[in-house]
Design a binder for this molecule. Structure first.
Ligand code: SAH
Length: 463
């Protein structure tokens, strides 16, 4: 058959791809169909044909999948942030569990029966919406010239107005609408990217889910927000968030760049940070600090990591890729000594402050690459570990890091991963190097999206 651009095909969707697109096959040819889900029969329009596969777009659902749901968000298709919103949450979880299992078999080389015997069911959310504690909404202008906030239409910079994101905290909407109406009343112009003119670029809102504290930061193409005190008055009197907005600031970003936040923060009301907790560990969060975006599931993930670490109280633990020390501090209460390693200096400064905030003296942090710090300390200082925890970025652990871990021979390794493909690759190396995979648990940190986190426990074989 000839699959040309703009021709149509009728397909049954049988699988889902890495970006959430539906996968259908015909005559040995694979189609990646945007906005189609497994179980659908669709009419698809071919947008980009290649030799053995093609990209296509769902034009019409001919027979809907039994897992199809009415998306809760009106911007679901153009925004593209929630790839899976048209699929039932149960099916999303099943799919993520399967994806992790498949990668462990295909890339990790583990047997299916073995994986089934050690894999725990994915931890899903009771309420899979409004889970994000941080959102950065771009600001622009609508056709009538009014300021709007919302989302960039998938891969572009045109803004779809939407103050009701279903993943954002449920008070984000009232705050956004108040900022927009303040801008309109005071003739404050949204930023116009093409010309580099106008003032307001983004609105950042962070919410402490445990403490209820809220931070609002307006990112501006200038040094100062005119009538800032009026904005403060208006935000503080929003009935739905009364008493909760603890920090209002502006961030000056005058560069023509995709980076959202500027480096300089000016506080116009309250504290320079808000506080939140994961379990009983407190964290100070400023406009620029990194913090896990789904605190409810972060707690589930870290509790899993903690139980896999199986600490009795005297252990020496290394936490590699530690960020602001969230896992390190979570484990420190149950360990003898924890060492954290992280490449970003600012994150380590936050980690040290968070240790002080929680009166934890048995943690120490080092700035540097895990694959450099660990071998160096091992060769020079003969450092030791009972347990090593790693939580690397998507590309997984560097080989030098893995080989030093194997030389250090910790009793247990806890691997936390945001990419099950690189996880599977690294697990294979660790298992060939003398470790046994004991437990695997996927955790759904990002419902409605294709992402899935996984915690794994490995035990040294000769221990
Ligand atoms: N464990 C932390 C952060 C995990 S994200 C948490 O749960 O909050 C992964 C972290 O690895 C990021 O903070 C990133 O800056 C850091 N990182 C990336 N490459 C690194 C490397 N080669 N060595 C050490 N840290 C690295």
């Amino acid at each position: 058959m000839d699959f040309r651009k703009n021709s149509k095909v009728t397909l049954t969707i049988t699988d889902i791809g890495v970006s959430g697109e539906g996968i259908g096959k015909m005559d040995g040819y694979t189609f990646f169909v945007k906005d189609a889900i497994p179980g659908d029969e669709v009419s698809a329009l071919i947008t980009k044909p290649k030799k053995n596969y093609a990209y296509a777009r769902c034009e019409k659902v001919l027979t809907p999948s039994p897992f199809r749901m009415e998306p809760v968000c009106s911007c679901y298709r153009p925004c593209g942030g929630c790839q899976l919103q048209a699929m039932s949450y149960e099916k999303q979880l099943e799919m993520k569990q399967q994806k992790v299992k498949n990668n462990l078999m295909r890339i990790g080389g583990f047997e299916e029966t073995f994986i089934e015997s050690i894999m725990e069911p994915i931890a899903g959310m009771e309420n899979p919406l409004n889970y994000r504690n941080k959102a950065q909404y771009p600001v622009g202008t609508d056709k009538e010239g009014k300021p709007v906030a919302g989302f960039y239409a998938g891969r572009t910079h045109s803004i779809i107005p939407n103050t009701d994101c279903k993943l954002g905290a449920n008070t984000d909407g009232v705050i956004l609408r108040e900022v927009l109406s303040f801008m309109e009343d005071n003739h404050i112009a949204p930023y116009r990217e093409e010309e580099g003119k106008g003032l307001v670029r983004h609105i950042l809102i962070r919410t402490g889910f445990t403490t209820g504290e809220i931070m609002v930061c307006i990112v501006i193409n200038g040094k100062e927000l005119p009538h800032g005190n009026k904005l403060v008055d208006r935000l503080l009197t929003i009935p739905e968030t009364k008493g909760r907005i603890q920090s209002i600031s502006t961030s000056s970003n005058m560069e023509n760049t995709n980076v959202i936040m500027g480096k300089e923060i000016t506080i116009i009301y309250g504290k320079p940070y808000i506080t939140d907790y994961i379990g009983d560990v407190a964290f100070r969060i400023s406009p620029l600090s990194f913090f896990q975006v789904n605190p409810v599931q972060t707690k589930v993930l870290y509790e899993t990591a903690l139980s896999y670490a199986n600490l009795e109280g005297n252990e020496t633990v290394w936490d590699l890729y530690c960020g602001i020390g969230t896992i390190s501090l979570f484990l420190a209460r149950k360990a003898g000594q924890v060492y954290g390693v992280e490449i970003v200096e600012q994150a380590i400064e936050d980690a040290r402050q968070n240790a002080v905030l929680n009166h934890m003296e048995n943690v120490e942090f080092f700035v540097g690459k895990a694959e450099e710090v660990l071998p160096e300390k091992y060769e020079k200082e003969q450092i030791y570990a009972d347990v090593i925890v790693v939580d690397p970025p998507r590309k997984g652990c560097d080989e030098a890091c893995l080989s030093t871990m194997l030389k250090m021979k910790p009793e247990r390794i806890v691997y936390v991963s945001c990419d099950s493909a690189t996880l599977a690759r690294d697990l294979r190396i660790l298992c060939e190097g003398g470790y046994e995979l004991k437990k695997v648990r996927p955790v759904d940190m990002f419902p409605m999206t294709v992402h899935v986190e996984v915690a794994c426990c490995l035990q040294r074989k000769d221990s």
